[in-house]
Design a binder for this molecule. Structure first.
Ligand SMILES: Nc1ncnc2c1ncn2[C@@H]1O[C@H](COP(=O)(O)OP(=O)(O)O)[C@@H](O)[C@H]1O
Ligand SMILES: [Mg+2]
Length: 336
């Protein structure tokens, strides 16, 4: 196997224009440092999988340059493929084979010798927590078990760069944390570079060292989760007046406390100019104006705020909006 100079990823102005289709990736540039976990966060259809397909040489770029471990994806495909592992969204598993049988096939395909095969297979199956299910047919596996097996198969040849396309979408919490643990271990202990796509804010926030936020084929923000949230800075407040006819008055009150921000549904949002201490003032102001609130929600800055600030809309399909501290009100319907 060729020894790469380092195992980072460099992407410059990468484009993928589908024939008679969208410009799914519209000139993205990014850099992933060796051994880093990079989270590629974006909603459905943002261009995440198309990017991964180009970086793993499954799809040729229309324009731009991408190097994986120093190898050009367009001209050095075979070298790229030797140093990467990939667990893609559409895992190619045979329902009639067991976990162990998949592993035996994969270790043989990757050219491990006979003695190594069993030991490596057992180690990987164990590492993703599938030992008890290893002799069952994959057809009976849960979604999470399939994703974990797919990850184990991608690790057989000890890749230096690992691509995971939405590895935890639809997973139960237990499978999700098992996967997070293994990804962290691969990066920290083995120095594997991990390029991981996700729709989950929480996953990008907790697992990734650096995050690129993609929307409609373009990177709209990049940095560590802490840097990105610090750009937003102060928390926001969302209120829903019980009487929709009083929305304008409510908006005028909120404006006294900061800059209006988009909010979902009937809610009105404001980014607090001073901070959380203003909450009392807001409650008092609504009380004085005799405007009843159906709900009042305080939101610490999240990556969704970063997304919203850059794109004007929320990330779809997110179930883990995270840091929202909701203050219950009498028969309060929640905002959004
Ligand atoms: N093979 C293809 N042909 C035409 N359009 C495609 C193809 N694959 C993806 N697309 C389109 O490209 C856009 C980005 O898709 P994708 O990269 O799969 O997004 P994501 O993985 O972020 O959900 C979408 O509009 C999708 O419909
Ligand atoms: Mg996808």
């Amino acid at each position: 196997m060729p020894v790469p100079a380092d195992n980072g990823i460099e992407v410059e102005d990468l484009v993928r224009q589908f024939k008679n289709g969208p410009r799914a990736v519209d000139g993205i540039s990014l850099e992933v440092k060796p051994g880093e976990i990079y989270g590629f966060l974006g909603p459905n259809g943002a261009g995440k999988s198309t990017t991964v397909h180009m970086l793993t040489t499954l799809l040729p770029p229309t324009a731009g340059i991408a190097r994986v471990a120093g190898f050009d994806v367009a001209t050095e495909g075979p070298l790229v493929r030797q140093v990467i592992g990939a667990a893609l969204q559409e895992a190619a598993l045979d329902p009639h084979l067991t976990g162990n049988e998949h592993m035996r096939l994969q270790t043989a395909l990757q050219g491990l010798d006979r003695e190594d095969r069993r030991a490596r297979g057992t180690e990987l199956i164990d590492r993703v927590g599938l030992s008890d299910a290893a002799d069952r047919k994959v057809g009976g596996y849960s979604g999470g078990m399939k994703r974990r097996l797919d990850l184990a198969l991608a690790l057989v040849h000890r890749p230096r760069v690992l691509f995971l396309d939405e590895p935890t979408t639809g997973l139960d919490p237990q499978s999700r944390s098992a996967l997070w643990e293994e990804v962290t271990r691969l990066s920290k202990e083995d120095g594997v570079t991990v390029f991981l796509t996700t729709q989950y804010l929480e996953e990008a926030d907790q697992l990734a060292e650096r995050v690129g936020i993609i929307d409609a084929g373009r990177i709209v923000a990049e940095g560590t989760p802490a840097e990105l949230k610090a750009e937003i800075g102060r928390p926001s407040v969302e209120v829903v007046p019980r009487d929709p006819a009083r929305a304008d008055e409510s908006a005028a009150i909120l404006k006294r406390f900061g800059r209006p921000v988009p909010a979902a549904g009937e809610a009105l949002g404001v980014r607090l100019s001073e901070g959380i201490d203003e909450l009392v003032g807001i409650v008092r102001a609504f009380d004085e104006a005799a405007i009843e609130l159906a709900s009042l929600v305080l939101n610490e800055p999240t990556l969704d705020d970063v997304f919203l600030a850059r794109t004007g809309h929320h990330l779809e399909g997110d179930e883990g909006a995270g840091d929202s501290g909701e203050i219950p009100l009498p028969d309060g319907a929640t905002a959004g």
